[in-house]
Ligand binder design. Structure first.
Ligand code: IVH
Length: 696
């Protein structure tokens, strides 16, 4: 026994240390996903619970204190890493005048009561303590600076110490005054700061997601992600079109009149700021609880998302007495509403095959009403998720619809599991074509590798090919693709250009007009520029932006096909994973056939002459570029060779006109060049040849 209790003492200590380290890592990752990528991977509730657990563990182990722990700082949403980037892109980073803290939060009414007791105790028995209750808006916080009554800066929270100045985007929000009206100048001092929440109202959120669905872009999971993604856009006109709004809830600065938080908010409201009316000065625990209960249901009628109630000590002098911890004020706390959840039974797990072959398991459940909508399906993400739920056939599952629009299974109910229930087994062969699935190490998804023969992958690739941002072919929606696929007219993207007008016109519901329109759409698509054709090919990991960058570095399909993985990684933002995927796609025999057929159909497989042709001085010359350069990147030199009529060759041969050599040219190339007597040109000599002055 003695022995056991000794182990009991040591074991938890060791595992708690590990747990602390693991939680810190996990929470940092979530902070990054949430604030920087606007794509959280864990629910708010899970995040809050993990943070809470970390706080408890850190308190128990002061020897493991780390100022860098996520409990000690707020998550960072900073987009730029330096101050204003050279190209003028990104946002200028500016230090906050007052650190931008977050709020302690809880889901427990008891903890709200405990907090109130701590407040009363901290105020040493002062009577008549007032608590202002407000709604907790679920957007992203913003700090607005006014100087001489004019809006001059708008900083995101950033890391709490510095934020991105997004003032140009904020100026597009109609409810934020650019300037305090002259007749209101007396109510606010000339210089002040006001903080609040930027939100995307439900109405606009729904509209944008509908549009994104039509454009086949990923949907925003909730209005908060949509708002934060919007505020990080670099083009204010795009921001304006999204329709952001803002509620303000905190006034700061020197010489601001008023002795209470509530008074200051009313002044701000008079000065033209949107301050919510859902606000109440409470004088007892009961009043606070009433406010919370009332708004837990009533909030569903509001035009914007809210996720709780914020409680703040009203008197500024009392706020000061209570002070701050490293991360949060002691004079405020947030009560978060629990996400609505329901228990329902799992009927089956089915599997969807995406355009890239990724298999997504889907739970089919007994339909259940959740936040006003009937829910019967929920994604199970991947095999690991199913394992972590310990999902068994016929299980009762908890379904939640919180801040997220898409319902989620958050847990199974073990007490309702039948004794003989079997664990859900992830499939090992493709449900559509029977091919054995593969799972690449480090990836969560299982995939069907039969990309050229698996029906949903074939159809998905065609849908992508004809979509608006790719070839933009009118008259070929997903239903038509399905139909033509079933008829055996379409197997891959190249077949699109071999559709027969008369066959289509003869189909019920089509006729000459539809067939004409489709033929016209196909004809017009032949003018779509090379970068979009490249995007349309549907190479894994090659989105619109990457396609543009690749097309710029490799102005023709032939050049791109000749590029090695190493060369491809030299293109901006192209990492090894993308480079490997491009090379594998282009080296695949089936794909080569498709590309040749597309070329024969008349698609733009190279940048148009006018765009790139500068002279014919290198006409007909095959040139090899090797080494590291001073004035231009290797890709720029390749583009220059093309622009002057030359051809880029991957390896040295007797046909090579010359080698453009930088520092550290590959020894094998050098040896071969010497053997074959191929001329070697330095950077300066080359630039002279094409009559270009070097730009240092
Ligand atoms: S007051 C020092 N009031 O919630 C106190 N914050 O989880 C500053 N939030 O970072 C915050 N509604 O972005 C306050 N009525 C409200 C709020 C609110 C939403 C956000 C804010 C804050 C976060 C903390």
């Amino acid at each position: 026994m003695q022995q056991l209790s000794l182990f009991d003492d040591i074991e938890p200590q060791l595992s708690e240390r590990d747990e602390i380290l693991a939680l810190r890592k996990e929470l940092e990752e979530q902070n990054y996903n949430y604030y920087v990528l606007s794509q959280p991977i864990m629910s708010d509730r899970e995040f809050d619970e993990k943070m809470h657990r970390l706080e408890v563990l850190e308190q128990r182990h002061p020897e493991l204190f780390d100022p860098k722990s996520p409990t000690q700082h707020v998550g960072s949403d900073i987009v730029t890493t330096s101050s204003k980037s050279k190209t003028g892109e990104g946002f200028e980073q500016v230090a906050h005048r007052y650190p931008m803290l977050s709020l302690a939060n809880t889901y427990s009414e008891q903890e709200i009561r405990d907090w109130l007791m701590r407040v009363y105790k901290g105020l040493e028995g002062q009577t008549g303590v007032e608590i202002v209750c407000e709604l907790k808006y679920d957007g992203l916080s913003i700090s607005l600076w006014y100087e001489n009554g004019r809006l001059v800066r708008a900083l995101t929270r950033g890391d709490g110490v510095r934020g991105d100045d997004v003032v140009q985007n904020i100026r597009t929000i109609a409810s934020i005054p650019q300037q305090i009206a002259p007749d209101q100048r007396d109510s606010m001092p000339p210089n002040f700061e006001i903080r609040g929440e930027v939100l995307l109202p439900w109405e606009h959120f729904d509209r944008i997601n509908r549009q994104r669905e039509a454009d086949e872009e990923p949907l925003f999971a909730n209005p908060r992600n949509a708002a934060s993604g919007t505020l990080k856009l670099l083009n204010p006109e795009q921001v304006r079109a999204r329709g952001l709004d803002a509620y303000l809830y905190y006034v700061l600065g020197e010489n601001i009149p008023g002795t209470t938080h509530f008074e200051r908010l009313q002044m701000a409201k008079k000065a033209g700021f949107q301050v919510s009316d859902a606000i109440r000065v409470c004088r007892s625990v009961e009043e606070v609880m009433d406010f919370i209960h009332f708004w837990d249901t009533e909030r569903k009628t509001l035009p914007v998302a809210t996720d709780g109630v914020v409680l703040k000590v009203n008197a500024l002098a009392q706020q000061e007495m209570l002070g701050y911890t490293a991360k949060t004020p002691r004079w405020a706390i947030a009560f978060k509403f629990a996400a609505e959840k329901q228990l329902t039974q799992l009927h089956s797990v089915t599997y969807q095959v995406g355009r890239t072959g990724a298999i997504t398991p889907v739970a089919n459940m007994q339909p259940v009403l959740l936040s006003g909508t009937v829910v019967k399906r929920a994604t199970l993400n991947n095999e690991d998720f199913i394992r972590s739920l310990d999902l068994h056939e016929g299980d009762y599952v908890w379904v939640e619809k919180g801040g997220e629009i898409i319902p989620k299974i958050t847990a199974v109910e073990p007490t309702k599991r039948s004794a003989d229930a079997r664990p859900v087994q992830f499939i090992r062969t493709c449900p559509e074509c029977g091919t054995p699935l593969v799972r690449v190490e480090g990836e969560a998804a299982w995939r069907c590798p039969n990309d050229s023969g698996c029906p949903p992958q074939q159809k998905g690739k065609m849908e992508h090919f004809v979509s608006r941002k790719a070839m933009n072919i009118d008259g070929l929606g997903s239903e038509t693709i399905d139909l033509f696929y079933e008829k055996g007219w379409l197997h891959n993207i190249a077949d699109v250009y071999h559709l027969d007008h008369d066959q289509i016109a003869a189909l019920p519901g089509f006729g000459d007009k539809s067939a004409d329109r489709l033929m016209q759409g196909l004809e017009q698509s032949k003018q779509v520029p090379w970068s979009r054709v490249l995007f349309a090919l549907g190479i894994r990991f090659v989105g619109e932006t990457t396609a543009k960058k690749l097309a710029k570095a490799y102005p023709s399909i032939d050049l791109l096909c000749a590029a090695t993985v190493d060369e491809l990684t030299e293109v901006e933002d192209v990492g090894e994973e993308i480079a490997k995927s491009v090379a594998a796609h282009l080296q695949n025999a089936d794909n080569q056939l498709i590309i040749n057929r597309l070329r024969d159909a008349g698609l733009q497989m190279e940048s148009s002459e006018q765009e790139t042709r500068l002279s014919d001085s290198l006409s007909g010359k095959a040139i090899v570029v090797s080494g590291v350069f001073r004035y231009h990147s290797r890709d720029e030199y390749k583009a220059l060779i093309e622009a002057h009529g030359g051809k880029n060759a991957g390896s040295v041969s007797a046909k090579t006109a010359f080698i453009l050599a930088g520092e550290n040219m590959g020894p094998a190339k050098l040896e071969k060049a010497q053997k074959l007597g191929v001329q070697i040109l330095s950077e300066d000599e080359f630039l002279d040849l094409i009559q270009m002055k070097q730009t240092t």
